[in-house]
Design a protein around this ligand. Structure first.
Ligand code: GLC
Length: 688
């Protein structure tokens, strides 16, 4: 059951899509001191789940987190805010409940940081809607929440293929080389990402026509090779006379303003920019329709970046800093003054004062709202701009869209990648832990920069990261300018890396089916073990294994030099040790604790007893896959029933019952089908 409480005078963020009456009674369980804090005394050891894109564990206890969308490429354990702000959490008490704070400003969640068993939530503004959700179990609470915030974004099927990206690809030749080298090694590939260098001097909706002389032709050439080009779009619009996006925005008053009505000037990649007022529906529509420029040239996927929005410096602050720096000239700088000197420059980026110095025409109502009060809605509404425009421009087609910054509500318009990470083993682990938290909050189409974005990667990290990434809906290798090259063909063991991509493609019928069912039913594709095995005494202790869909449990290796790992099985399962789609071993294992070997080039995962997964033959791209002739891999001692979802991958008739097929496998080996799809099941492998 969902209860809605109203505090102050909340802005309508449109995070919630259903109507609820306002409850005027007491909120169960939690204590509210309006204007001060919300608190809850947690049972010793009872986990707390949620908060989406955040640092630390699946169980959020023991740290303090702040919802404040932040560009922090060097995040560590002691970070408090990442790129998204997802104010939904579930307390796994004897009588579990969830809370969603629909509050677009800064909110801080002290989950047993100050006092071990007390959760305290504080916020800048008490204008908000608060939702309290109770239900029969954790899954039920999440499902009710997800129903309340609306269906998660569904990408085209090709976006489940593998993508290669790198900040630094400059030209058609660079992109062609990526395609050729993947093909030479026979590694599947569906997309190549265009980072900021495809634009003319980092201006949105322009093309560098020296390095991309005939873009539509090039898009076509790549399409013929089944490669989708996916360009980046940045939040800031370059200030430049003669640049139509800038001139139109100024003329129509569509940019964020300073208090006195002047357009706010910040700086990002192109230098000085204005930020389109994504919170004003008219400006949002205007910006969204700009994507047409690229759609018309054959583009069918985008990534939205720097939309926290990230600020390198603001024009006003830069002036002040220059003036102050001048006063240091010739002076002796001691401990305090030298640090202050350094902080002046370092504090230019993403300065909280800058976020308090510009305004939005929120919902076009004319009253200006200061940015910091709605900060967490900016990336959401940039992606909504695109999503709404796609509905208008391409109503019958799915367009790939994912964003860096987000707020709950944005999950209806696009996915997210998990922002800039580093080529660190701990960031591989963070990627694993973030998946279920993000799924809870509605972000199903997600994944991290595989191999790590910043810092030099290593071959073993790439390979191990691929072994987890091959399960994540967004599977993209991406790296920062200046770091070691990390396309899979750069490594001596590119064959093993390539095999992991091939395994991904062979698992696509399963992964796509599980994704679609999770989206259509408001469920989680990636779940902590405790969600599926609530009675199990060990399940809530497991932080590095995940249930993926109905049949699989992943147990990725995430430590350097490990040749295996400890795994906890909450029930009998079958271990699958895979070196390639054709080369694998299976072994039944009993519920309990095990040490499982996993050599560097071996993927290990588990299939639950009396469960099967559909598998296909890998191909060079999703378009070239045969989804009609499938095999089954499973562990059947009695009977396994699998519900398969499939569709054409680009149209939107999701509700059509013809997209489902129920497959029953008995221990005698009989495979029977029930449904309208024309799937043929060949061999069964595994154990029965
Ligand atoms: C940001 C993005 C990153 C991109 C870079 C250059 O750091 O997060 O993915 O490569 O900008 O556009």
């Amino acid at each position: 059951m969902i209860r809605k409480y109203h505090f102050g005078n909340p802005l309508n963020t449109e995070a919630v899509v259903k109507e609820y009456p306002i409850d005027k009674g007491e909120i169960p369980c939690i204590e509210v001191k309006e204007g001060e804090k919300i608190s809850f005394i947690m049972t010793k050891g009872a986990p707390v789940y949620g908060l989406g894109e955040q640092v630390r564990g699946i169980n959020k206890r023991g740290w303090i987190y702040t919802s404040n969308c932040t560009d922090d490429p060097n995040h560590r354990e002691d970070t408090h805010s990442l790129y998204g702000a997802h104010n939904f959490l579930v307390f796994a008490e004897a009588e579990p409940f969830g809370l969603f704070l629909d509050n677009p400003g800064k909110v801080t969640f002290d989950i047993g940081y100050t006092q071990q068993d007390i959760a305290v939530i504080t916020m800048d503004s008490w204008d908000m809607d608060l939702y309290y959700i109770d239900g029969k179990d954790l899954k039920d609470i999440v499902k009710q929440f997800r129903h309340m915030v609306g269906r998660s974004y569904i990408p085209p099927k090709w976006a489940f293929g593998f993508g290669q990206s790198r900040w630094g690809y400059q030209s058609e030749e660079d992109i062609r080389e990526v395609e050729q080298r993947y093909r030479e090694l026979d590694i599947p590939l569906d997309s190549i990402y265009l980072d900021i260098d495809y634009m003319e001097r980092f201006k949105d909706f322009t093309l560098n026509d020296e390095t991309f002389p005939d873009f539509p032709e090039f898009v076509k050439e790549m399409q013929e090779k089944h490669i989708h080009l996916v360009p980046i779009i940045d939040a800031g619009v370059k200030i430049e006379e003669g640049y139509p996006v800038y001139e139109e925005g100024v003329e129509k008053g569509y940019f964020c303003k300073e208090k006195d009505g002047k357009d706010f000037v910040a700086a990002v990649w192109p230098g000085r920019v204005h930020f389109p007022d994504m919170l004003n529906p008219e400006a949002r529509r205007w910006f969204g329709l700009k994507y047409k420029f690229l759609l018309e040239q054959g583009i069918d996927g985008f990534w939205n970046d720097m939309n926290e929005p990230a600020i390198f410096y603001s024009e006003n602050r830069l002036e002040k800093v220059f003036d102050e720096l001048e006063t240091f000239r010739g002076k002796n700088q001691d401990l305090m003054t030298h640090f202050h000197f350094k902080d002046l420059v370092l504090g230019l980026a993403n300065n909280p004062e800058d976020y308090r110095s510009f305004y939005h025409n929120f919902n076009g109502e004319g009253t200006l709202i200061r940015h910091d009060k709605v900060h967490n809605l900016y990336g959401y509404n940039m992606t909504r701009a695109a999503g709404e425009a796609f509905e208008e421009l391409e109503p019958d087609k799915r367009i790939l869209m994912f964003s860096r910054s987000s707020y709950i509500g944005m999950h209806r318009y696009g996915g997210i990648w998990q922002g800039d990470n580093l080529s660190w083993w701990s960031h591989l682990l963070l990627n694993i832990k973030m998946m279920p938290s993000l799924n809870m909050c509605g972000f199903l189409y997600t994944g991290a920069d595989l191999g790590g974005f910043g810092a030099d990667t290593t071959e073993d990290l790439v390979l191990r990261w691929m072994q987890f990434g091959l399960f994540t809906p967004l599977m993209r290798n991406h790296a920062a300018l200046g770091t070691r090259e990390q396309e899979l063909y750069q490594f001596s063991n590119s064959e093993a890396c390539g095999n992991m991509v091939k395994i991904r493609y062979s698992l696509l019928p399963y992964l796509y089916s599980e994704y679609m069912k999770a989206a259509l039913r408001d469920e989680m594709m990636f779940r902590p073990l405790a969600f599926d095995y609530p009675e199990d005494p060990f399940a809530d202790q497991v932080e590095d294994q995940l249930m993926i869909g109905d049949s699989i449990m992943a147990a990725p290796v995430h430590e350097q030099n490990a040749t295996g790992r400890y795994v906890y099985l909450p029930e009998d399962m079958m271990l699958v040790t895979m070196r390639s789609p054709e080369d694998y071993d299976v072994q039944p294992m009993e519920k309990g604790h095990h040490y499982v070997p996993a050599a560097m080039e071996e993927l290990i995962f588990f299939i639950r007893k009396n469960h099967v997964i559909p598998v296909a033959k890998s191909a060079k791209s999703v378009a070239e896959m045969d989804f009609e002739h499938l095999d089954l891999l499973g562990y059947v001692t009695e009977e396994a029933v699998y519900e398969l979802y499939d569709d054409d991958g680009y149209s939107k008739d999701y509700e059509n019952p013809e997209h489902y097929e129920t497959i029953t496998v008995t221990s005698q080996g009989t495979i029977s089908q029930n449904g309208k799809m024309k799937k043929e099941f060949g061999k069964f492998s595994g154990i029965r």
